[in-house]
Design a protein around this ligand. Sequence first.
Ligand code: ZN
Length: 325
Amino acid sequence: MLLSPDQTRHLYEHAALHHYAVLAVNADSPGAVTDCLIAAAECGAPLIIETSLWQLTGHSYGAGDACLGLDRYLAELLLMAASKRFQSVPVVFHTDHIKGPETVRILEHAIRSGASSVSLDSSELEPQENISLMSALCAYAETAGLPVTLEMEAGVDDGVTGLDETRTLFGEVERRHPGRLALWAPGVGTRHGLDADLGGFSPEAVRQHQQLASDLAGRPIGIALHGSSGLSRGQLQDAVAAGVTKVNWSSESLLIRSQSARAYFAENGAALEKGAPGFKAVAMDHGMQSFISQRYVPKVVERMQVLLGSAPLPVDFDSAGGNLE
Ligand SMILES: [Zn+2]
């Protein structure tokens, strides 16, 4: 089932209270979304499906129009999440790395359309711009009478963010619009991409930021971890133990899927000759997507199990007083 913004805030708080993290897959095709749902159902885990500007405007979704892309992405996810097979999986739809002049227009559209939680890419923003944009989204939701759940970020690729930035950025938006923020994404020494040096990853920074953000908000605030692709199993466990509740996963996911596609064509190339037996079964999208799925789903399951830590399975939201029905 697709979670509303209020249910999503409850899920993020539940994760912070019960010391587990939810895998947030930057899924860039319908096949990837299906595979993540299969993995989550197998694990009894909640799932965050997130999309960035490059998927919304990409060929498989908006083909140049980000808002159209969001509508298509969300409509497909809503159908799949409500289906009999996946209705027991709590699914969050999150916007990730939205940036540029259209940021507010796209995110207002996302809020209006029922996105579970939203965030924007602050990497090219001055601190005051970051605060202003987050405040504008809160003000929009309040004026329109819509629920909104937000992740705020600062310097996710720039080493370890100082605690003073948590006070001035996160603290300021919380002061202006109490109760809207549910996740804080400071820099904790990770970097986006596959060839990044992650020697600087600091669970201690996670711990300190998590405590301070929770103190500022007066409720449990989890840390969202960007750039997790290069982290070892042990580092992920340390991250979760320190207060990470959302783990973004993109580069490694893309690598597994694209290398599987390459292997598919390497193994089945002969069938793509004109007149070859079995041509259609190999040529159709289903053939390749099924091949990728067999290799990809076990990797997603493995990562979800690491992040779940000692969470009760299936994750029992009722134990925290929540009701997802
Ligand atoms: Zn990111």
